[in-house]
Design a binder for this molecule. Structure first.
Ligand SMILES: Nc1ncnc2c1ncn2[C@@H]1O[C@H](COP(=O)(O)OP(=O)(O)OP(=O)(O)O)[C@@H](O)[C@H]1O
Ligand SMILES: [Mg+2]
Length: 331
């Protein structure tokens, strides 16, 4: 086993990433739909949309496995047929564009020799991070490469993908996973890893992650690292993930303790590395779980700041202002 593989296997979420579509938990209609398209041989471009950690990237890799065979990543002749890219690549959209263009050009030359055979696959993750201008360029590249190259475009928010791309793809909407399915999957991992676990602790993991399998597995692995998957260890592991601190920030802000709330917030973003979008997402979920007093006003404040952040305003400044606004809610 290569060093990279052994490192990957240290993380259960990677080690237990399904290799076949059938092994993906839940998402039944999606699995059926994709399998049918693959069997038909005339694979269209596909667009996978949905929340974090529910199997989008996994499904795309499974499609590659189905088309090119499971060992493709270790097969020199085939590996290069799959291009996996992150649209929010910190090196910028230009790099992403160049890579896609090269891949398509190269694939056409290969395609000429074996005209009936597809193909190349481009898996483009986090496409909703692309500007609409960049998406327009992508749309053109999809057309240019259509004879030999298929795209799987992945995003969290379908609404952020321009209509011409949506209409060129078969769209699959992934959903949060059900409690029953996540619980079964987590238990299966515990059994394989020979880790002691109790039912209540596993159900508690689901409650903390709301159907995000990656997050569930990570919390479980952290708890197992403390000895066993018990409720005490899960509570500690959830705390470590920083998410539970979002509730604390909210409570402080809502009770008008601005300075304390802001200090906690900085700890979250700087020590735990939580992104501002994750903060907004968790704060939103927490608030409704907390049953806050004026949910309607809360909603419109959140929407305002969500918009400002999406428009590129400075996160530290905006989040501090958000806390100040929330403080006024209780008065
Ligand atoms: N439906 C699922 N069945 C089994 N395991 C899953 C499923 N969804 C996620 N996982 C686990 O979580 C890990 C991450 O999943 P994946 O990369 O597919 O998430 P994603 O939907 O692409 O999320 P993101 O939007 O954050 O990229 C996988 O390696 C796997 O272990
Ligand atoms: Mg993904």
């Amino acid at each position: 086993m290569s060093e990279k593989n052994s490192l990957v296997n240290l993380m259960w979420s990677e080690k237990y990433r399904p290799k076949k579509l059938d092994d993906i938990v839940d998402q039944k209609e999606i699995k059926k739909g994709i399998s049918r398209l693959i069997k038909d041989r005339d694979l269209p471009h596909m667009l996978f949309a949905g929340p974090a950690g529910v199997g989008k990237t996994t499904a795309a890799l499974c499609v590659a496995n189905e088309i090119f065979g499971e060992g493709w990543q270790n097969n020199d002749a085939i590996r290069d047929r799959v291009l996996q890219l992150n649209a929010s690549d910190e090196r910028g959209i230009k790099v992403v564009r160049e890579k896609i263009k090269n891949h398509i050009q190269w694939s056409s030359s290969v395609g000429d020799k074996q005209a009936t055979e597809i193909f190349k696959l481009i898996i483009l993750d986090e496409a909703d991070e692309m500007t609409s201008e960049a998406q327009t360029a992508l749309r053109r590249m999809m057309e240019d490469g259509a004879r030999t190259t298929r795209f799987i475009i992945i995003c969290n928010y379908l609404s952020q993908i321009i209509e011409p791309i949506q209409s060129r793809c078969v769209v699959f909407r992934f959903t949060r996973l059900s409690k029953e399915d996540v619980v079964d999957h987590l238990k299966m991992i515990c059994e394989k890893e020979k880790v002691k676990h109790d039912e209540k602790a596993i159900s508690q993991i689901y409650d903390a992650t709301g159907g995000d399998m990656r997050h569930s597995i990570n919390i479980m692995q952290a708890a197992a690292g403390m000895g066993s998957v018990s409720t005490a260890n899960v509570t500690a592991a959830v705390g470590l993930s920083g998410r539970s601190k979002v509730g604390e920030v909210l409570r402080l802000a809502l009770s008008g303790k601005f300075n304390e709330a802001r200090a906690k917030l900085l700890e979250l973003t700087q020590v735990y590395g939580m992104s501002e979008t994750d903060f907004m997402k968790y704060a939103n979920q927490e608030a409704y779980d907390m049953k806050i007093e004026k949910p309607d006003e809360f909603a419109s404040i959140m929407a305002e700041y969500d918009y400002r952040l999406a428009a590129g305003a400075h996160p530290d400044i905006q989040l501090a202002a958000l806390l100040a606004q929330l403080g006024r809610l209780s008065k």
